[in-house]
Design a protein around this ligand. Structure first.
Ligand code: ATP
Ligand code: MG
Length: 635
């Protein structure tokens, strides 16, 4: 019996039980049957709970890129691996077959080697969403260098912080990038960042925009001529199962970003397995995840998960609104995309556009649609279901984190009945539990608590780069022996999980625990509301009270604010109960968001409490200017 693909609900429960009772057999069999190894492991896992040290496939030897590319060549050499869609739809798109990808990755691997990159070295990749980004990641993995991709929208100070934290010696970047109607110079940002990064020896440059750039002799080098000269023969480096594959910083929604370290074998096995099942991947599918490779979603579900399965993955350079708000739908139609995976923030913004944009397109190729990054509110879920999935395509609301490496809780399409706002059931191998305030495991259903995972899983991050103490403290100290996710969740009567928000954001009002997501969900049901963020603030009588920051759809702008406030509270009363009513509502132009598109509630919490001087690390904010606007418009 194979455990790689779950075919029906009965089998899901069977595999789940197996994974709990015999995790060695379960993961061992998946790893053995679906990947190529230079040498098989001695033990499927070994843990030191005291030290929070986890090893999977101990002493196994492999190369993940051999699994992503080389082994597919005989059967799928001419199959498209990457379909590159440029920012400007007028520009030629590009089809990169598995054969092409092999050649380009080998050439890049040879260039990196010639430039002195060695196994274990950290390479910072600061590139737009162009093929060279994927190729650089894979080339690093092929030679055993550790990639640290930094989203190419970060400022120079955010970049230098991350480069220094990971002690990168090499940087791969480009002259500039295209994003919608804008051309953004990237090289000047790197130049400025490197003024405070003495450890960086070489900068390799991709030509994208053709912008004039400053060139530092001895340090900077154009990649194209080096690639031209490079050989296409490269033998993939033998890596240990636990050799680091990459470092990736979390979004920084709740504090300063953490440089999560992912290792090779466990990450490979679980991203491949989760991709196959959660997207019901079949051989001829065209998979499109709209994330950027600067985030974990891009690592696991644009690059590694799809390529490990020999899939065709779409890589999109641009933004959903350019040249028109039908860009996503144009691309789905153009490539006949079968699985579409995006974020609630994109859905909420596209929902405010005229529905004719989406409804005038042929989306009949779609089979599965997915969401990730934040809780998806009910209104957005229905819009996605009705207008994009046409009530035919199951929505996979996938819950996971940079730390988890792959999706841990999600419906399986055509297998798990979906329920709006619920990420539903944990995947096999994932022992999700809810913990109460007294740190006891909650056995009952229809309760909420802190979401923890009580048994390690292969793709979990192994440490925070250079700070194992912070890793232990953040994830394993609050509930000893368990991984604490930092998220709050509710479990319904059948055992489905709904993420209710960050555990830190849970507000206790008059003795009741309130998660922010269900309240925001009720607010967003109001037809005039575009987005909302709820936080708790100190209240003389109640101890805590609720403060809502709300943005309106255009047509709502002219409406009387007092009426709106009253109506919104009525929505909350009828959806949740009067206890969750907001004491204060502030209508704002926009909400502070991370560059990955998440609402940064901790800033709003400070503002609601009148703390407007110090906001901590805001380098991950995409729109820092809104902070002052919100403070100024606060009454
Ligand atoms: P930081 O850890 O630095 O504060 P972050 O948590 O935003 O940043 P990520 O690892 O990118 O960084 O995001 C993971 C978080 O995103 C989860 O802990 C959860 O709060 C939220 N999330 C992701 N997917 C979902 C989902 N499907 N439903 C609800 N929340 C989700
Ligand atoms: Mg987090």
């Amino acid at each position: 019996m194979s455990y790689y693909k779950i075919e029906n609900l009965e089998q899901y429960f069977k595999h789940y039980k197996k994974s709990v009772r015999e995790p060695r057999k379960f993961w061992g069999k998946i790893a053995e049957e679906n990947f190529v190894w230079y040498q098989v492991w001695d033990k499927v896992f070994e843990f030191d709970m005291e030290e929070s040290k986890f090893q999977w496939f101990v002493n196994g030897k492999l190369n993940i890129v051999k699994n992503c590319i080389d082994r597919h060549l005989a059967k799928r050499g001419e199959k498209p691996a990457i379909l590159f869609e440029p920012n400007n739809p007028e520009e030629q798109s590009e089809t990169i077959t598995y054969n092409d990808l092999y050649n380009r990755v080998c050439k890049m691997a040879n260039v990196l080697k010639e430039q002195g990159v060695k196994k274990g070295d950290r390479v910072c990749i600061y590139l737009p969403m162009i093929p060279e980004l994927a190729i650089s990641m894979l080339a690093c993995a092929r030679i055993g260098a550790i990639h640290s991709v930094i989203f190419a929208g970060f400022s120079s100070s955010a970049v230098s912080k991350r480069i220094n934290d990971a002690e990168c010696k090499f940087v791969i970047t480009s002259d500039g990038s295209y994003r919608g109607s804008k051309t953004i110079p990237l090289k000047p940002i790197i130049d400025e960042a490197l003024e405070s990064c003495p450890g960086v020896e070489k900068v390799l440059l991709v030509k994208r925009t053709g912008a004039e750039i400053a060139f530092k002799e001895g340090r900077d080098m154009w990649l194209a001529p080096l690639l031209e000269e490079a050989s296409i023969n490269h033998v993939a480096q033998v890596m240990d199962a636990e050799d680091p594959l990459f470092i990736l910083y979390t979004s920084g929604s709740t504090g300063s970003p953490k440089g999560m370290v992912h290792t090779t074998a466990g990450y490979m096995v679980q991203t491949a397995y989760s991709f196959k099942n959660i997207f019901d991947y079949k051989d001829e599918d065209i998979f499109w995840c709209t994330a950027d490779c600067g985030w974990i979603t891009g690592h696991s579900y644009i690059i590694y998960g799809p390529l490990l399965n020999g899939a065709t993955t779409v890589m999109f350079e641009g933004v959903p609104s350019y040249p028109t708000p039908s860009r996503f739908w144009d691309i789905i139609d153009k490539y006949k995309v079968t699985q579409f995976y995006t974020a609630p923030t994109a859905i909420r913004s596209l929902m405010t556009e005229d529905y004719s944009y989406v409804n005038s397109h042929d989306l009949s190729s779609l089979r599965v649609i997915g969401s990730v990054g934040e809780p998806i509110n009910e209104e957005a879920w229905h819009w996605y279901n009705d207008h994009v999935g046409k009530k035919r395509c199951p929505i996979v609301d996938t819950w996971w984190q940079t730390e988890t490496g792959s999706i841990l809780v999600s419906p399986l399409p055509f297998i798990t009945p979906t329920k709006p706002t619920y990420a539903t059931l944990p995947l096999p191998g994932i022992q999700a539990v809810l913990m109460d305030e007294k740190r006891n495991e909650i056995e009952d259903n229809q309760v909420d608590g802190s979401l923890c995972i009580k048994f390690p899983w292969p793709s979990m991050a192994r440490t925070i780069w250079g700070d194992h103490e912070r890793y232990k403290e953040t994830y394993f100290s609050k509930f000893p022996g368990k991984y604490f996710t930092g998220d709050g969740a509710l479990r319904d009567e059948v055992g489905y999980y709904r993420i209710t928000g960050r555990a830190d954001d849970v507000v206790i009002v008059s003795g009741h625990n309130l998660g922010t997501a269900p309240i925001e969900d009720a607010i967003n049901e109001h037809p005039a509301v575009a987005e909302s963020a709820v936080v708790g603030y100190k209240h003389d009588i109640k101890g805590n009270a609720l403060y809502g920051f709300i943005t309106l759809k255009v047509e709502g702008e002219t409406r009387d604010r007092e009426n709106l406030t009253r109506e919104i509270n009525q929505y909350i009363s009828s959806h949740i109960g009067p206890i969750a009513k907001l004491d204060k509502i502030q209508f704002v132009e926009s909400l502070p968001k991370t560059r990955s598109g998440k609402i940064m509630r901790r800033i709003l919490r400070s503002i609601s409490n009148g703390e407007t001087k110090e906001f901590g690390d805001v380098s991950t904010l995409i729109n820092p200017e809104v902070i002052q606007k919100i403070i100024d418009s606060k009454k």
